[in-house]
Ligand binder design. Structure first.
Ligand SMILES: C[S@@+](CC[C@H](N)C(=O)[O-])C[C@H]1O[C@@H](n2cnc3c(N)ncnc32)[C@H](O)[C@@H]1O
Length: 209
């Protein structure tokens, strides 16, 4: 049985509207704020279970989605689910055959709501979240299309600004934002990078006179 605090406003709203999780409202808010997804986009979703974000992604893009989680997820139409840990060194090789099967060369958007079970200790939660975000960015560098976007959730801390600065040079713009659907006590922020500049294009810039 859910604890009383889980039965909050967004929890009840998700139940009423048949969303798999309250997190669906977080992505809706991010979409309203930053227009991350559009019809026809191909998406890689990390930390997908139970699938609230997946429902939103599918309803906007109406294209196949590849979703990854270390935990299982109930099947959803149009969604290829891979049960895997993104920290695994072979994760790219796990994803690529599914991309080929779906005729996806590169993804338009990579979205991550991944987070391991929180400890309640801010520093520990921040550093595990930071490492997950770093891994999402590494994966994105391989699988994201030129001009594409990345959204990552991070538990804010000392390294958050450094993280944004570190990766923002690979994108045309970046921003940090919060959503009302996060719990009041949560330190989670969402970092949105838009307009991916692939290595190839960076090289071209550096070679031009
Ligand atoms: C907050 S939940 C995601 C909720 C989901 N976005 C939704 O809308 O229903 C975070 C998820 O990240 C997953 N996760 C944590 N660490 C992971 C890892 N290393 N690899 C893959 N998934 C991971 C967890 O299993 C969990 O399901």
């Amino acid at each position: 049985m859910a604890s009383p605090d889980r039965k909050d406003y967004y929890y009840r709203k998700a139940k009423q509207q048949n969303y798999r999780s309250r997190a669906a409202f977080k992505l809706m808010e991010l979409q309203t704020k930053a227009s991350i997804l559009k019809y026809g986009d191909t998406s890689l979703e990390i930390g997908s279970s139970p699938g609230g974000w997946t429902q939103i992604i599918r309803s906007i893009t109406e294209r196949p989605v590849i979703s990854i989680d270390i935990n299982d997820m109930e099947p959803m139409e149009g969604v290829t689910f891979i049960r895997a840990n993104i920290s695994s060194p072979s994760i790219i090789e796990r994803i690529k055959p599914y991309m080929e099967k779906l005729h996806i060369d590169k993804f338009s958007v990579v979205l991550s709501d991944a987070m391991s079970r929180t400890s309640g200790k801010r520093d520990i939660d921040h550093s595990s979240s930071y490492l997950l975000c770093k891994r999402v960015m590494e994966i994105s560098m391989d699988l994201l299309a030129e001009g594409g976007s990345v959204v990552v959730k991070q538990f804010q801390g000392d390294l958050t600004v450094q993280f944004v600065n570190e990766w923002s040079s690979r994108f045309r713009n970046s921003r940090i934002t919060t959503v009302a659907a996060s719990r009041e006590s949560s330190s989670e922020v969402y970092i949105i990078f838009k307009g991916y500049i692939s290595e190839h294009e960076t090289d071209q810039f550096s070679q031009s006179p």
